[in-house]
Design a protein around this ligand. Structure first.
Ligand SMILES: [Fe+2]
Length: 318
């Protein structure tokens, strides 16, 4: 019998038990005639970066965990958010993450998560972050890592909005949520926070300091540095139904793309990156669609769709 989240919870009587949900990959009634991980929707990429030895990662993004304890602060509001957002993301997000990580354990060397691992801040969600964000998983923040969804919240999209969240995120995530770099087989993975589309001067400075190592670089962040193609594809998806494109025109930049064209620090950083020959790939999420485009002469940009839908990509680095 398939164990649904609802009857599993009813059976054991508490949210605490959610973390013990079986991965459906272990349930013989799921895809009984096919592979254990058949439910994962994986894309495959190859980045020729000049690694000291070949290795591979699972890149996932936008899991949007929606858990809350019945006895945590603001529980009533958080449980309401849980109910509402499960309707958006399907309620199988933790299973998707568990399947992804179980698959990764057997098939790749590292997991990279490019943000929106949680849908909003709650004690239960942060406990899941601590549980899953281990020594082999690293990554960047998403915009949802900064949200509470409490009734008085006013999301501004400004850097100042993030201030109240830094202590919480630093406590929950084992990496510096604003900027961190991790070298794997001679390839420098630089993860930075750009969740409102832009980067800040100190992050640019730190990035340029990293280049002094002379290693090939993979830039990892939540919001893609939009190209016309990625922008058009995103608009096509998010504008909803009955918006079939009848020509190939690029929609006017708005939102993140406009910010990236107009914010001087971000605009200059993107221009600099396009000339930075150490840059070998850009990995991002946020759009909930899988799309790729050339970013610079030396780097492709790979945007991965939402992990809440069991999506991920294996990237081989050589
Ligand atoms: Fe997301």
């Amino acid at each position: 019998m398939e164990i649904s989240r609802r009857n599993f919870l009813a059976g054991v009587g508490g949210l605490v038990a959610v973390s013990h949900l079986p991965s459906l990959a272990d349930d013989p009634s799921v895809f009984p005639e096919r592979g254990r991980f058949e439910r994962l929707m994986l894309a495959y990429q190859h980045v020729s970066a000049g690694a000291a030895a070949p290795f591979s990662i699972l890149h996932i993004s936008d899991t949007h965990l929606t858990e809350a304890y019945p006895d945590e602060a603001d529980a009533e509001a958080k449980l309401k958010s849980r109910e509402r957002r499960i309707r958006t993301f399907g309620g199988r997000q933790e299973e998707a993450l568990r399947d992804s990580l179980a698959w990764a354990k057997q098939n790749v060397d590292y997991v990279l998560h490019t943000g929106d691992l949680i849908d909003w801040q709650s004690q239960a969600n942060f406990d899941l972050v601590r549980k899953y964000y281990g020594e082999a998983m690293f990554g960047s923040m998403g915009n949802h890592e900064f949200y509470t969804y409490l009734p008085d919240e006013k999301i501004t999209g400004l850097e100042s909005f993030k201030e109240r969240s830094w202590p919480l995120l630093k406590a929950a995530y084992p990496v510096d949520p604003r900027f961190h770099a991790q070298v794997v087989n001679g390839v420098d993975f630089i993860c930075l926070d750009n969740v409102f589309g832009t980067v800040q001067p100190d992050q640019v400075e730190k990035f340029k300091a990293e280049t002094k190592k002379g290693l090939p670089i993979v830039l990892c962040m939540h919001v893609p540095f939009h190209t016309d193609l990625i922008w058009r594809t995103s608009m096509q998806f998010w504008r909803g139904v009955n918006r079939k494109y009848r020509n190939a025109a690029i929609p006017d930049p708005s939102g993140d793309y406009k910010c990236q064209k107009e914010d001087p620090v971000t605009r200059d950083f993107i221009a600099y990156l396009k000339d930075e020959r150490l840059l070998k790939a850009v990995l991002a999420g946020h759009l909930h669609i899988t799309v790729q485009d050339r970013f610079s002469p030396t780097a492709m940009q790979y945007v991965i769709g939402g992990n809440f839908g069991f999506v991920g990509q294996e990237i081989l680095f050589t």
